[in-house]
Design a protein around this ligand. Sequence first.
Ligand SMILES: Nc1ncnc2c1ncn2[C@@H]1O[C@H](COP(=O)(O)OP(=O)(O)OP(=O)(O)O)[C@@H](O)[C@H]1O
Length: 608
Amino acid sequence: MGVFSDMIIGSGIDTVDCMITLDFPKVSEDRNIYEVYEEFGQSLDCVYVVNRDGFLVGLLDQPTMLKVGARRNMQKLAGELVCKVPMCLPSSSSVQEAITLFLKLKVNEVPVTDETGRMIGVLKLWPLFDYQASKLESLEQELNKSKKLTATLEAVIENPYEGMVVVDENSHVTMINNFYLEVLGVTREEALGRHICELTPHSELPNIVRTGKAQFVDYWKVGDRDFMIIRAPIKKDGKTIGALGKTLFKDMGLAHVFARKLAQLEDDLKFYKEELRKIHSATYTFDDIIGEGFKITATIRLAQRAARTTSTVLLTGESGTGKELFAHAIHNYSVRRHGPFIKVNCAAIPEQLLESELFGYVEGAFTGASKDGKPGKFELANHGTIFLDEIGDMSLTMQAKLLRVIQEREIERIGGTQPFKIDVRIITATNRKLEKMLQEGTFRDDLFYRLNVMVLELPCLRERSGDIRLLANYMVTKLNQKLETDVEGISQEAMQILQNYAWPGNVRELESVLERTMNMVDEPIILPEHLPARILQAKMSVNDIQSGEHSRFEEGRNFAEKELLVDALKCAKGNKAQAAKILGIHRSVLYKKLTKHGLGGEVLSGEL
Ligand SMILES: Nc1ncnc2c1ncn2[C@@H]1O[C@H](COP(=O)(O)OP(=O)(O)OP(=O)(O)O)[C@@H](O)[C@H]1O
């Protein structure tokens, strides 16, 4: 405190003696500058004089004059002090001028000396200097900011592509741009201050001022020119203080270009939505399932019945027998056909990902999780069907989680806290023997009984060799379209060979054999020599063929037996003792037969 600024001492600025007439309002000698400042606060608009020890010895308020002159023999604290101030300060300067000079020199204190040149104190511009400087600085910044803003606003308003007019609360024009003036055919002077209706008689702006409500996209006709216009209220503190009218396009031609682009975007969106729907929808129906044998037709009938219920369906059968095809068909035959059909291959998804695939996760649930979270397949399948393929490959942990969903009919995203209800029909499929897995302890029995509600066991192709001709011919037609080939059919001999083959890969294998063959042949008819060697070599033994015929008989018998059981149970309204009576068999025999045909108690209640 009280140290000379180097800028004064060291800057080489000459100083002159000056006399300051001091007035000492409310100041006593022993008061520290800080105490005085406490008392007067920042509003104190004065120059302070402090002594070497930092004690206030005087104040200069605004009207006090700084006198530069000769009176040297002044009494300390007697009201006048001699001090040296930069000589550039003219005589009779006002305090304000002194302050201005100090600010310019960027100093806030000057030495005060007595007539002998001894320093007796410091004339200090404090805190006025800092306060004034920062005030000036912020004022300057504000000014620059508002200048910039005004320039930007002017550029926006004077946009050559849009007309703009602003009215006040009395609907008098306060701002208008050149575009608008040109449209109205008036000058700025003619427009400013006039009621908007004098310029454009049907203006809606007075209404906007009155109601405070915006009008989006309206037509505005001026002479032979059409515009699209929006009108919006201008509000301050919730009160409407004016309104703005703004044209949206330079002319309607541009508006039409915009409308065309928008229509194009809408079309694209529709297309992608449809594509997405296709991905999330079932492609096949029962019409795509080919087969006339007892077993396949009975399975189709059972599947159609299942489709009409909400029960969980379990599709079993060897690989390639059409389990997925049936899942699609059931969905498309059910009331949920307009909802999504979501397929999950439980064997193809790594164990650690399956949970998030099925149930989704919330934002930031784990490292690497997408920022916005992700819905799971169950969520995506809401109001539709979820098809869990290869359910036999699901781990025991996931089986437990799936069981909970089936029981509670609600799911919770990973990392989420709020479970939510879902309305999803579950169809599962496997080519593994779940009963065996139960015994081995690799499949939960509680889940098995939940899934084993409506069981459809799809026959393998060798059990329905009578359908091979039908399927093969159907596939030739289908593949001709896909491969753009012109194959007319399959020769009698080739067909015989196809019928004699065991088809371990079932319909899928038949399809791929035909596809490969049709890609190779140039002739219109598929002959034995066109078929792959393994098919030609694998001749079925006579026994196989006989057992094939035998199995066809068996198939018919089983089918008829199952139908009888279902009919009897229907008549008996599910009462098994009664059904046994109707059929004339013992109850234990009925139970055995029900188990043989997969007609457990739950099946019956679901079906009947
Ligand atoms: N009865 C059928 N009629 C027409 N095409 C069929 C029939 N059964 C199966 N297919 C066809 O065979 C191929 C395999 O069928 P699908 O994928 O449904 O079998 P899957 O039992 O689900 O096989 P996987 O157990 O290996 O998943 C598909 O191209 C399907 O269209």
